[in-house]
Ligand binder design. Structure first.
Ligand code: FES
Length: 298
């Protein structure tokens, strides 16, 4: 038995707005009986363009009924623009919380609302719902776009959480690897954004050299090594960074491109916008290492 709070139980045992509106202005259907949860939402607007009535029909558990029921109450009186801002988080908050494993019921409520709004905007004729994105979880018919949306909106970071929110991964499990890849991709973007924000405004010379070295070893060298090349940091003079290509990169005809579009671009991204990169042209046995670089390496 799930641990539902009294408000969820109240909306489950005495649901408000159950049923279907005749000649609705918007109809949205989400889920499928095959997946164990399905929700149909209908709404009607008043003359001022506000939602005058909303009803739902659902096949699902207590939390699906409670989520749909409270959502119909929440959207009454709203304009379409206001209603489309309602998220699954708003539904969960209004209910006072749902068990983690039942979060997908709130997502289904939000998606049925969005589908109904889309249907309203597409005209009175019910449009067949177009699947957006590529199906990742065939067991539950969940696309990559839907998975990305629940991850971003609910700040999820595990496959298990994704399953709780949209069911993807909760059947045969063969899509779990792909879900993890989507999580990694989104987390990578977030970390990059945080790193960019955390980029200190004014670096000391030593900090700058350390950051340049780190960017070369973590961001640039792996790219060059993948093509049999390598790179050494030779010197830093103000915003001028001098590097030497090694291996395949030293003979490569596209070295100029690599210098600007890979090395300089990465250093601009991770260190400073005004970095200019130049290549050390002369062949030297022992690269001259600036004394500050030596200090930075310690
Ligand atoms: S394909 Fe996703 S659980 Fe089976």
């Amino acid at each position: 038995m799930w641990d539902y709070n009294p408000k969820v139980m109240e909306y489950f045992l005495h649901p408000k707005n159950a049923g279907e509106i005749e000649n609705p202005d918007g109809v949205g259907e989400e889920g499928s009986l095959a997946c164990g949860d399905a929700l149909k939402l209908t709404f009607k607007l008043d003359k001022a363009g506000r939602i005058a009535d909303a009803k739902f029909k659902t096949f699902g558990c207590a939390s699906a009924i409670a989520s749909a029921s409270i959502m119909t109450e929440m959207i009454k009186g709203l304009t379409i623009e206001e209603a489309e801002k309602v998220t699954n988080k708003d539904i969960v908050d209004k209910l006072g919380g749902l068990p983690e494993q039942k979060m997908h019921c709130s997502v289904m409520g939000m998606e049925a609302l969005q589908a109904a709004i889309k249907n309203y905007r597409g005209g009175k004729e019910k449009q067949p719902q177009k699947i957006e994105g590529k199906i990742v979880c065939t067991c539950f018919g969940v696309t990559d776009k839907e998975i990305e949306k629940v991850i971003i909106e609910n700040d999820l970071d595990s496959v298990e959480q994704v399953t709780n929110y949209c069911k993807a991964g909760g059947g045969c499990g063969s899509c779990r690897g792909e879900i993890q890849m989507i999580i990694n991709k989104i987390r990578g973007k977030k970390e990059k954004g945080a790193e960019a924000q955390a980029k200190p405004k004014k670096l000391t010379n030593l900090q700058k050299i350390q950051l340049i070295q780190r960017t070369i070893s973590e961001q640039i060298r792996p790219l060059l090594k993948a093509d049999g090349g390598d790179i050494d940091l030779i010197d830093v003079e103000g915003n001028k960074v001098i590097v030497a290509f090694r291996g395949m990169c030293s003979q490569c005809r596209t070295a100029e491109f690599t210098l600007k579009d890979v090395v300089e671009a990465k250093l601009k991204e991770f260190v400073s916008d005004d970095i200019v990169v130049e290549e050390e042209k002369t062949m030297i046995d022992e690269p001259h290492i600036h004394k500050e670089i030596k200090r930075a390496e310690k």
